[in-house]
Design a protein around this ligand. Structure first.
Ligand code: NCD
Ligand code: ZN
Length: 414
């Protein structure tokens, strides 16, 4: 038997690293064998002892900004950012201009992304006054996304009902705007209580409709406790971000305050530790970046918009925690097999029958510089952090989309 490609080296095989050969045929992983038993490949990629083979990461929460906000990011720059970060599949949020909340707009977005993205993608549908009109194009989106203003509007209940009927998740950004306060400090303007309160409302809507509720970027201890307590009662899942795991609201009293502004805000040490613990214990269902790029001038303005880019750093932040002993290797599942399974994809796992989404990383120390990101947003609250790994190459369904600073043509799939 001769296959298209064989990768030989130390690979992540769910919880552990093992010396193997991974055979790729077309789009798919054909076999994982001991190196001595590898089939012959048209191409053979032998990893060095300093390199590791990982499954492609799957990010369930990104903002590629196209259509409408291409000065912040577009499908090309955003997907390049993903490829460089070892992310082979992204799920894009609907807060475009205009919002992606009709079949026509979702169709246009799919066409745009197919023509420009170098990684695979999925989409969310935004909230609308007539959610029923999304029924005919239900195959175009993975789930619904509700922002705080949607959750506290008459649109919320019908969206949950339709989601239950279609068997799709409702991703909720849980913050209760009635608890927001006037404060120059972002973490005080949107206090922890606002998250717990919105989680309660979302859980109530999920219970009354039977819908699958997914709480995204959960950032506080009381909210985590409520979510974990209700998991047994219905389909309730949640994700956490690297920034809520690793950064705290002390940044809001630093020169990075504007850059670090994000919703929900970075929190105090107590909440940060609780989010980290949810990732370490495996309680979290996924890690997401909430890659939310804005133009640097916007971020440095008097009233900066919330959010910052994350796709290029998330995997390497995760590997830093693993290599420095604070997270178990299985934490890699949070950004690969677990989100892939939630999305019903044969991705995020190095095993026969799965998409040949593969990432080669190399042990290397480097210092994060926002100015060097390939995202249009060339800044990060992780400025100056020391990383332990870098991406050498990224393959999407067997096709090389990134190697040593160069990008290939993708041919993305929705
Ligand atoms: C989001 C964005 O920029 O699209 N920003 C963020 O801080 N998460 C919008 C939002 O979720 O408020
Ligand atoms: Zn977001």
């Amino acid at each position: 038997m001769r296959v298209d490609a064989v990768f030989v080296g130390r690979a992540y095989l769910g919880g552990r690293f093992e010396e193997v050969a991974v055979a790729v045929e077309g789009d798919t992983i054909a076999a994982v064998t001991k190196p001595a038993l590898a089939p012959r490949g048209e191409e053979t990629v032998v990893l060095s002892p300093k390199q590791l083979l990982l499954p492609g990461m799957v990010d369930l929460h990104v903002h590629m900004r196209e259509p409408g906000l291409e000065h912040k990011e577009d499908w090309r720059s955003g997907s390049m950012s993903a490829a460089k970060g070892g992310v082979t599949c992204v799920f894009d949020m609907p807060n475009n201009v205009p919002p992606a909340n009709t079949c026509d707009r979702l169709r246009e977005k799919v066409a745009k992304a197919l023509s420009k993205s170098i990684v695979d993608f999925g989409l969310y549908a935004g909230c609308s006054d007539e959610p029923e009109t999304l029924k005919p194009c239900a195959d175009l989106f993975f789930g619904f996304k509700l922002y705080p203003e949607d959750l506290y509007s008459p649109r919320a209940q019908p969206t949950f009902k339709l989601a239950a009927e279609l068997g799709k998740p409702v991703f909720v950004h849980a913050e209760d705007p009635s608890l927001f306060r006037d404060s120059p400090l972002h973490s005080e303007a949107r206090p922890p209580e606002a998250e717990a309160s919105a989680v309660e409302l979302a859980l109530e809507l999920a219970r009354s409709t039977g819908a699958w509720l997914h709480l995204t970027h959960v950032s506080t201890k009381p909210a985590l406790e409520k979510i974990l307590a209700s998991k047994a009662l219905g389909k309730v899942t949640f994700d956490v971000t690297p920034h809520h795991m690793l950064l705290s609201d002390s940044l809001y009293r630093s020169p990075l305050a504007k850059i670090a502004k994000v919703n929900p805000p970075l929190r105090s040490e107590e909440h940060r530790a609780a989010v980290y613990a949810a990732a370490r214990s495996g309680a979290a269902d996924a890690l997401v970046t909430d890659h939310a790029p804005h133009a640097l001038a916007e971020k440095l303005s008097e009233n900066p918009p919330p959010g910052f880019p994350g796709l290029e750093l998330a995997l390497h932040l995760l590997l830093k925690e693993v290599l420095e002993g604070r997270l178990p290797p299985s934490a890699i599942d949070l950004y690969s097999s677990k989100p892939a399974r939630l999305a019903g994809l044969r991705k995020g796992v190095i095993a026969p029958g799965f998409d040949a989404d593969l990432v080669i990383v190399e042990l290397a120390e480097w210092s994060v510089k926002g100015s060097e990101l390939v995202s249009k947003a060339k800044y990060t609250p992780f400025e100056g952090w020391t990383m332990r790994t870098k991406t050498v190459a990224t393959y999407v369904r067997g096709r090389c989309v990134y190697r040593d600073g160069e990008f290939g043509e993708g041919g993305a799939r929705a």
